[in-house]
Write a protein that binds this ligand. Sequence first.
Ligand code: KG4
Ligand code: ZN
Length: 363
Amino acid sequence: MQNENLKSKIKILAIETSCDETAASVVEKTTKGVSILSNVVASQIDIHQKFGGVFPEHASRAHTEKIIPVVEEALGNIDPDIIAVTIGPGLIGSLLVGVNFAKTYSYSKNLPIIGINHWLGHIYSNFVGKSQNPNLKSQNGIPEFPALILIASGGHTGLVLMKSHHDIIPLGETLDDAAGEAFDKVAKLLQLGYPGGPEIAKAAAKIRNPKLEIRNKFQIPNIKLPRSMLDRKDYNFSFSGLKTAVLYKVKELSKNYPLNAIRYTLAAEFQAAVCDILIGKTIQAAYEYQPESICLCGGVSANRELREQMKKAVSGLPMNPSFHVPAIHLSTDNAAMIGIAAAYHLDDTTTFDKISANANLKL
Ligand code: KG4
Ligand code: ZN
């Protein structure tokens, strides 16, 4: 469906239910750019915490309960012009709740609908104006092309080169675990909470606290974990070896030290290894592709250490690219990023009968 007859101010209701967050947002596209009018996320952390990971059946059920109140809160008094919805990849039971809700809404209000790939959504989390993202340094706050983009989330980790809104080339991706998945699994090994990313980050930060008694009581040896794939020329990642290395270190060190004494050192070294791998590959790709901008996105981009170190590494690059990272609430799953992606792809709008969920959708 073409958008010739659409208004100059377009309000997009975006819905995201691919995993364990029920999210809805309204974004507005004008000639000046895209802005976020509302962004509501109902987290299911409490539900999945006791399982140490996302329990798909519970996720679908919670989405079903939350979708209407979350959309109502996001809409307020707004009448949207277009519906955008995440169609994949993700958990099929979770995706179906959002997709069927969006299709029903589109049908009943006779509104155009657009299906968005979840990873495309993460990419577009950096495409909002400066006022909403104080981290940006480029003039209008929007990344310039070609943009080198690192997506690091719980379901996917990869590097893409974005030459235009319609020319996005995958450069490499994880061959096994995603970076966020590794954070979650290592957190489990260290008996930290769920989701693992923020818990590892918290534990790692404690290492700098001289008052951390349990650690001072024991002389924990220095730990060095592998930085896998950094010696290879391609842009693929692998995190499962790193996770196994942590498992072996826990087994070895547990013979002499309690877990609550070694977990801080292990968390800090694991986080440092992930940062080195992600930053190392991004910088390697920057030398080859000479991007105008470098963007970090996905749930792992909420990691402070990664944000700071990546910014520093990018600032030392001779091609002087701008650096973009989303505000924290746009790093982890949300619907605003789906709405922003839709705003840049309005020519892809269609009718409700053409939209379906695909758990294994590729970028
Ligand atoms: O993008 P996201 O919200 O969902 C997916 O698309 O997968 O990413 C979730 C992932 C989880 O694995 C979580 O542990 C990780 O992002 N994460 C973090 C941090 N906050 C969330 N990883 C490292 N440090 C964080 N502060
Ligand atoms: Zn995500």
